[in-house]
Design a protein around this ligand. Structure first.
Ligand code: NAD
Length: 333
């Protein structure tokens, strides 16, 4: 059993913790509490052990929930830490993990030198056994999953992708825009270079903009392939690619809103959709050019990657076995 601690119990951390609880080869040692809130209250009610960081609130957290020990105790008891703290804090925490000699998984908000960039279906075997792994961002994960599938079958000569990004997560009352479209004023956006930390040979150029929505990102891709292809071949390829889901207007799925409603209807916890969703009707070809639109559920697509990254860090099994186990437990196609 791999003993895993989660540091940072927010959007990603709470989902990763729940996913760890479903694995038969992992024990969740517990999670940190940076402050007391409804998330920590819920975790404690579920029986998850709480290890507070140094909290400067007036009222001590132990007056509100039972605590299992200090955050240092969590690090000491764990084989692998999944750090899900906000951007740049993981980098600072790395020294802490090094001092305890514990392996750590970081998230995509950290810069790429914090650990080896990881997307399970692209580079699990290369990363296996690493002390520090970085699960790339939700957008980079989405790009890597579909581009890797294409590149494995047809050599990709070049990619241009535009990311239409959600403004904030649904619970977040602080960020926007709420009535504007905000372009990223640098070229390329950081996503293309980030894809190359996983797929270094890929010629990929990205642009991005933020829009007033909270539920998903949308990517518009133009891919130059090494040969002419039929639309049906591409749909077949994506249908057979793990963690990619074909959705259809023919089923009444016409928008990101309907994808999330569908995720709720199929019983996914929190209405999560960890697969990258490609609309069948948006797949098109013109000579060697391929076009498609894909939707990315930012809160959940990296969750299976974190579970596979734990096994990769522990070098406990190969890529295929890990992906199979993760998919089965999280109901992923
Ligand atoms: P979040 O704000 O929802 O959660 C972060 C949690 O960390 C909060 O509970 C906060 O209290 C806690 N925290 C803050 N400082 C801490 C500290 N010093 N020590 C311990 N805990 C601390 O953030 P998130 O959206 O879950 O993002 C976490 C990471 O995942 C970031 O790198 C982000 O870029 C990445 N990521 C986020 C998304 C997304 O859409 N939310 C998607 C993919 C990757």
């Amino acid at each position: 059993m791999i003993k895993v601690g989660v540091v940072g119990y927010g959007t990603i951390g709470k989902r990763v913790a729940d996913a760890i609880l479903l694995q038969d080869d992992m024990n969740l040692v517990g999670v940190t509490a940076n402050t007391y809130n409804y998330r920590i209250k819920t975790a404690a009610q579920k029986g998850i052990k709480i290890f507070p960081m140094l909290i400067l609130d007036d009222e001590p957290i132990e007056d509100k929930v039972a605590i299992a020990g200090s955050a240092d105790a969590l690090i000491e008891e764990s084989d692998v830490i999944v750090d899900c703290t906000p951007k740049d804090i993981g980098r600072k925490n790395k020294r802490w993990y090094e001092n305890y000699g514990v392996k750590a998984i970081f998230q995509g908000g950290e810069s790429s030198d914090v650990g080896r960039s990881f997307v399970a279906q692209c580079n699990y075997e290369k990363i296996c056994g690493s002390d520090f792994i970085r699960v790339v961002s939700c957008n980079t994960t989405g790009l890597c999953r579909t581009l890797h599938a294409l590149d494995s079958k047809y050599s990709i000569e070049g990619v241009h992708a535009t990311m239409v990004r959600r403004a904030a997560d649904p619970w977040d009352i602080r960020h926007g825009p709420i009535n504007a479209i905000v372009p990223t004023l640098s070229l390329p956006s950081h996503h293309g270079p980030d894809v190359r930390t996983v797929l270094p040979h890929l010629e990929v150029f990205t642009t991005s903009l933020s829009v007033p929505t909270t539920i998903m990102h949308m990517h518009s891709l133009i891919v130059d392939l090494d040969r002419e292809v039929e639309k049906d071949e591409i749909i077949d390829l994506f249908s057979n690619t793990t963690r990619v889901r074909i959705v259809k207007n023919a089923d009444g799925i016409r928008s990101t809103a309907e994808i999330i409603e569908y995720a709720k209807d199929i019983g996914n916890p929190r209405g999560d959709m960890p697969e990258i969703c490609i609309w069948e009707e948006t797949v098109g070809t013109a000579g060697k050019k391929l076009f498609y639109l894909q939707a990315v559920h930012q809160e959940s697509d990296v969750v299976p990657e974190n579970i596979d990254a734990i096994r990769a860090a522990a070098a406990s099994c190969g890529a295929q076995e890990s992906i199979r186990k993760t998919n089965e437990t999280l109901n992923i196609c």
